[in-house]
Design a protein around this ligand. Structure first.
Ligand code: SF4
Length: 410
């Protein structure tokens, strides 16, 4: 849970998770649906899925026994990479093996003035070698946690607390800053500077030194390290999505949600029926395609455009073009197609839906609020004919066959 997510966000999820599945055996029996429901809102959903798959594997293939070394953990369990394997093996089983996470990268790069791209293979290998060499043989778990904590609380990204740092006497970045200050002071008093230390040279194509085109920047001090390659921009994607709603048998508003495929982005999560769009389509065309995708006799004009909702996933800048469509007909759902169900607002929030879909619902609720406020259009009476919905086929049972085809991954 803590990969890519802050502790404060995780605590509540962690407590609920441990309450529900206190053992590997209990987790192995959970369904993906239950896992997604509990994980909803935490993002990076494949983590929960893999955690559950790993529990199943331990129970069904490994006699209920967790692998105990970093090598076996990484080799045998889905979703366990080098860092997770090292953390579990050292903290839980006392194996003298290092860990390298974002905090450790920062500390080690500063300790050793490593200024090349910290995600490059040469630097990554060097950092792992250092972590494995440094780890305390008798208390590896404590050592690794201390190193990560040092990066999280003292050697922080923007304003590290070097004066309070317990390893400052070993830190080459700090030494370099002190030298720079000494040089500046000598210059002020007209004294010549000594020949640079061989450790400072950084020339000769060393794969760990700062690249020649990005030399040491005095104004940054120790925060010259670490350095990362420019982040890849997330790709942009557009999706038309439709909030279909009706009054349920007790008069409560209900929404239709469908389940995504069990693999790919947001696997197994529920969403409003959606259709990926090509870039640059005109609004009328989008509307037509969505109406066509719905697959029943509704004209494109029946769909009401709410606006756009933007959600940024880790690697996708996703824009949802949101439409709404109130219904008062029975809808026939074909059980052979993607699972679908009608849910109340409360049920919607308790379901495995992404944060993006919660934003879409919020947009619809905002629109409803604006519609019903005085002077902003008329409020439709319960039971009145919704605008455009099936008005040409009042007796027709609506088919969602096309609608519920598994959507392609955006
Ligand atoms: Fe980080 Fe400063 Fe400590 Fe060096 S002295 S490890 S830069 S906090």
């Amino acid at each position: 849970m803590l990969q890519q997510t802050q502790v404060a966000t995780v605590i509540d999820y962690y407590n609920r998770w441990m309450q529900k599945w206190p053992t590997l055996q209990a987790l192995a029996q959970a369904s993906l649906e239950e896992v997604n429901e509990l994980w909803a809102g935490l993002g990076y959903y494949s983590r929960g899925k893999r955690l559950q798959e790993a529990a199943r594997k331990v129970v069904s293939e490994l006699d209920g026994r967790m692998p105990r070394t970093a090598e076996d953990l990484q080799k045998l369990l889905p979703g366990v990479g080098r860092y997770t394997a090292g953390a579990i093996a050292s903290i839980s089983y006392g194996q003298a093996t290092g860990v390298v996470d974002g905090n450790v990268i920062r500390v080690l790069c500063r300790l050793r003035c490593i200024g090349a791209d910290s995600s490059s293979p040469a630097v990554t290998d060097r950092l792992w070698d250092m972590a494995n060499a440094l780890v305390d043989r008798s208390r590896p778990g404590d050592f690794n946690q201390a190193l990560m904590e040092l990066g999280a609380t003292v050697c922080v990204p923007k304003a590290p607390l070097c004066g309070e740092c317990p390893v400052k006497q070993h830190c080459q970045a700090r030494r370099r800053v002190e030298k720079e200050l000494a040089f500046a002071s000598r210059k002020l008093f007209g004294k010549p500077n000594p020949v640079p230390d061989v450790e400072d040279c950084g020339v000769g194509g060393c794969p760990l030194c700062p690249p020649a085109e990005e030399p040491w920047d005095s104004s940054l001090g120790v925060t010259n390290f670490p350095r990362k390659a420019a982040k890849k921009q997330p790709r942009t994607a557009r999706t038309a999505t439709c909030v279909l709603e009706r009054r349920g048998c007790h008069g409560a508003l209900e929404y239709l949600i469908v389940q995504r495929p069990s693999s790919g982005l947001l696997a197994g999560l529920w969403e409003f029926p959606s259709l990926p769009l090509a870039q640059g389509l005109r609004e009328e065309k989008q509307r037509e395609m969505l109406a066509d995708h719905l697959g029943w006799p509704v004209t494109a004009g029946a769909l009401r455009l709410l606006g756009e909702v933007v959600h940024v996933f880790s690697h996708i800048h996703q824009t949802y073009v949101v439409y709404s469509l109130p219904l008062d007909e029975d809808v026939t759902l074909d059980p052979a197609l993607s699972p679908s169900r009608w849910v109340t607002e409360e049920e919607f929030h308790a379901s495995a839906v992404s944060t993006a879909m919660k934003k879409v619902l919020k947009a619809r609720e905002k629109q409803r609020g604006e519609d019903s406020s005085p002077g902003k259009g008329s409020k439709r009476k319960r039971g009145a004919k919704p605008q455009g919905a099936s008005s040409t086929h009042p007796k027709t049972q609506l088919s969602l066959r096309t609608f519920l085809r598994a959507p392609t991954v955006p």
